[in-house]
Design a protein around this ligand. Structure first.
Ligand code: ATP
Ligand code: SF4
Ligand code: MG
Length: 347
């Protein structure tokens, strides 16, 4: 059960408006081929039936171990890869199979920030050329010229506008990620998918970049999907969090519900790995250590995909796939024997 306080918070935050992005049953299966004839012998089910919505102005955190399909989900949302199944609706437009020429104008509205601030910036181009490129590519007229527009963007992300003519190698990792963010903001996107935006940075500067993203969101009315390995990175920035495992969503809930009352065993295990700053919290949570490796998405376990590593797994978990259902208001879980939940009938 929710505490009255958290139920109240959920009621206040409950969005009544149309989602900016709605993803339904989204799937991406990469074919695996063999021999000269490239006969298909299997498929990597990188994303395998994922559904969620993102509302204007909110941040959805997308979390899970390496290889669970986070980046592929981000690339599907922004239509950088073609879905195998399901649908992507952006601002009411079904963009699932929209041709590249029709999708071009929408590209401005959906931007992706990448993990690596080193390889994503061309070392031979000045910061001015990099941040100004989107204006040139999209043929956008700026009121006082591209240079002025770029300098405004540099100032917005906390860089010195006078450093317009410098090259990427003259900046630190954190500053380069700021350059990447400035480039992303050039076209005033509505949705930004930030794929592990701070994981390549020193821990000491990760918080600064997360804070910058938060400030920019408030100032520019941005909507984010923030991808991370680790639940601690998205804790402060997310309104809601989705936990992925082997191409599927295991749990999706308001931030506070997910961290305080995790219901999926996998989320519990991920949270156990997160250092808990509050010593009272440390005492109250049992540590669960995840055993073994993530199975291959080429041949995922039948029924519940977490069953090979779950300490609660029973026969039904290996035979009947648990559907993602709302076990509490705005709290979806895919598990036959959820945690922190009065006993429910399996299946
Ligand atoms: N172009 C591709 N062709 C074949 N398989 C792919 C391709 N892109 C991704 N995959 C596979 O799909 C699965 C999901 O990959 P993805 O990059 O989406 O995971 P991720 O959650 O972002 O992982 P990480 O945390 O390591 O970035 C992995 O098994 C990966 O090897
Ligand atoms: S359905 Fe079963 S195996 Fe899967 S997470 Fe729940 S208890 Fe564990
Ligand atoms: Mg990734």
């Amino acid at each position: 059960m929710n505490s009255p306080e958290s139920a109240g918070e959920a009621a206040v935050k409950a969005p009544t408006r149309e989602p900016l992005l709605a993803v339904t049953g989204l799937a991406k299966h990469f074919p695996v081929t063999k021999g000269l004839l490239k006969r298909q012998v299997g498929a990597v089910k990188a994303v395998d039936g994922v559904s969620f919505e993102v509302f204007k102005g909110e941040t959805l955190g997308l979390v899970g171990e390496s290889g669970c399909g986070k980046t592929t989900t981000g690339r599907l949302i922004t239509r950088l890869v073609e879905p195998t199944g399901g649908s992507v609706v952006f601002e009411g437009h079904d963009i699932t199979h929209m041709s590249q020429s029709r999708i071009r104008p929408l590209r401005r509205d959906m931007q992706m920030i990448f993990q690596d601030p080193y390889s994503s910036l061309n070392p031979r181009h000045t910061v001015g050329a990099i941040v100004g490129a989107p204006f040139r590519i999209q043929g956008i007229k700026t009121e006082h010229g591209i240079k002025k527009a770029v300098q405004e963007l540099l100032a917005l992300v906390g860089l010195n506008p006078e450093h317009y003519n410098r090259y990427p190698h003259e900046f630190s990792g954190g500053q380069r990620q700021r350059i990447g963010i400035a480039r992303t903001l050039a076209l005033k996107p509505k949705l930004i998918v930030a794929d592990e935006p701070v994981s390549a940075l020193d821990v000491s500067i990760q918080a600064q970049v997360v804070n910058l993203l938060e400030d920019l969101q408030n100032e520019l009315d941005l909507t984010y999907v923030v991808i991370a390995h680790d639940l601690s990175v998205v804790r402060h920035i997310s309104d809601r969090v989705a936990v992925m495992y082997l191409g599927k969503i295991m749990e999706l809930a308001d931030r506070r519900d997910l961290y305080e009352t995790p219901r999926h065993p996998y989320t519990t295990a991920l949270l156990s790995a997160v250092p808990i700053p509050d010593t009272r919290g440390r005492g109250s949570r049992t540590r669960v250590r995840l055993q073994g490796d993530v199975p291959s998405p080429l041949n995922p376990p039948a029924a519940c995909r977490f069953s090979t590593r779950c300490w609660k797994a029973d026969e039904i978990c290996r035979t009947v796939e648990p559907p993602l259902v709302e076990l509490a208001p705005r709290h979806q879980v895919a598990c036959h024997f959820p945690e922190n939940t009065p006993a429910v009938q399996p299946g």
